[in-house]
Design a protein around this ligand. Structure first.
Ligand SMILES: C[S@@+](CC[C@H](N)C(=O)[O-])C[C@H]1O[C@@H](n2cnc3c(N)ncnc32)[C@H](O)[C@@H]1O
Length: 405
């Protein structure tokens, strides 16, 4: 048996508190990290260790729940029991946590043995998702399910308004942050180790954003040139808008729209830090705003609200507390946005429909339905599926459509 020499006992309380935030308060995991990490002065390695243990437990919650012999993860004792099950799964001695004694070593072992061949549980997949994945992806599902249970890599996107990827890499190195350039992804770097990225001067000065590889493909797929009129119609806090502005080299006009004001406020702050000055935000309060922009844009991005099932590595809590109630009504919203907002493109203009989902129902089936109803007014130029299993990234879908009439 290996020794548990990596997890100091004074971390147990923080791990349990993070699990408690997510399982009992239903907080997003990121919010909990932010809350705990901004209160404590932790080294990058310690923070990395806390992220890796809590992320792992939440990505495979049903596995650790069964190892712990828990019928309910909603109880006060559950976080400690889940952490103990995690120790058992490492084949490490299982400590008392929060004064709670562990189960018998033989009990853990027999549960580990009985789950050995249960791929669904070992991949941390709840029944509803297993059914949905099988129905929608068929034979492709087991490999996607396994890929979605992996820890996410730390990808960042260089802000080309500030410098090149090579310059960013050098600046990061000067702050003792190691990274690698990814030749086939021109704006991306992968960060090595647990370095405190967000405390770096580069980050404060807007040299990069944390953004998954797959997500970085979306603005590139829309490919606006400088001087164009571009609309990011579901801009949220601006992940893609900032990338679009950099691709446009701050020249031309970029309108970032959303139905939520607080997101647009965050977007404005991020844009200021990134040195973006060709962007204006617009809150969508009624369909009039969309109608006023009819036939006007060279490029329109529709990064629509979706199930988020492509980004479960990053947001594992969504497996246990899905962000959507009814997939059919979500698809209806997506189709409505696609049909109404695509008219903001002028004839000859291009529209990208994108989701962070791996479900055909939200992706290629939506585009096929749209094209059928468009009756020749739009044509499909290209489609791209970014599969977690094939690309070792989050999962995304994008379709590029041309306005023909
Ligand atoms: C997938 S998120 C966008 C993420 C964002 N593009 C980014 O890169 O950070 C979808 C966004 O659509 C917005 N939304 C939902 N319904 C909408 C609607 N009818 N019109 C415009 N935006 C909408 C949501 O508020 C959310 O911010």
């Amino acid at each position: 048996m290996r020794q548990n020499n990596r997890v100091p006992p004074h971390f147990y309380a923080t791990i349990c508190a993070i699990l408690n935030d997510v399982l009992h308060q239903h907080w997003p995991l990121d919010r909990s990290y932010h809350q705990h990490f901004s209160r404590q002065k932790l080294s990058a390695q310690d923070q990395g260790l806390l992220v890796s243990i809590t992320g792992e437990i939440l990505r495979r919650l049903n596995y650790y729940q069964q190892l712990a012999g828990l019928t309910d993860v909603g109880t006060r004792q559950a976080p400690a029991a889940l952490l103990q099950a995690w120790f058992a799964a490492q084949s490490w001695p299982v400590p008392r946590v929060n004064n709670q004694p562990p189960a018998k070593a033989a009990d853990y072992q027999s549960r580990i043995n009985s789950l050995k061949n249960n791929a669904q549980v070992k991949d941390g997949c709840p029944d509803w998702l297993e059914q949905l994945g099988q129905n929608q992806l068929g034979k492709r599902w087991p490999q996607e399910r396994a890929a979605l249970s992996q820890a996410p890599l730390r990808y960042i996107r260089v802000n080309r308004l500030k410098g090149t990827p090579e310059q960013l890499q050098k600046r990061l190195q000067a702050e003792r942050i190691q990274s690698e350039l990814l030749r086939q992804y021109p704006d991306a770097l992968v960060v090595k180790g647990d370095a405190h990225l967000f405390r770096s001067a580069c980050y404060r000065e807007g040299w990069f954003e944390q953004q998954d590889l797959g997500s970085q493909q979306i603005a590139r797929f829309l490919a606006p040139s400088s001087g164009m009129f571009t609309i990011d119609a579901c801009a949220g806090t601006g992940g893609k808008s900032l990338h679009l502005a950099a691709m446009m080299a701050n020249k031309g006009r970029l309108i970032s729209m959303d139905i939520e004001q607080h997101k647009l406020e965050q977007l404005r702050q991020r844009a200021r830090k990134a040195g973006v000055n060709n962007l204006e935000t617009r809150l969508i309060e009624s369909s009039t705003q969309i109608k006023r922009l009819k036939n006007s844009a060279d490029r329109v991005l529709l990064d629509v609200p979706c199930s988020g099932l492509g980004v479960l590595r990053r947001n594992p809590e969504a497996k246990w507390f899905p962000q959507f109630n009814d997939l059919n009504s979500l698809c209806q919203t997506q189709q409505d946005i696609l049909q109404r907002y695509s008219k903001m493109a002028k004839v000859g203009g291009e529209v990208v429909y994108a989701t962070c989902s791996i479900l055909p129902q939200e992706n290629e089936q939506q585009v096929a339905r749209f094209l059928e109803q468009a009756d020749g007014a739009f044509s499909l130029m290209a489609e791209m599926i970014i599969s977690p299993a094939e690309h070792n990234s989050d999962g995304f879908y994008m379709a590029k459509l041309k306005r023909e009439a």
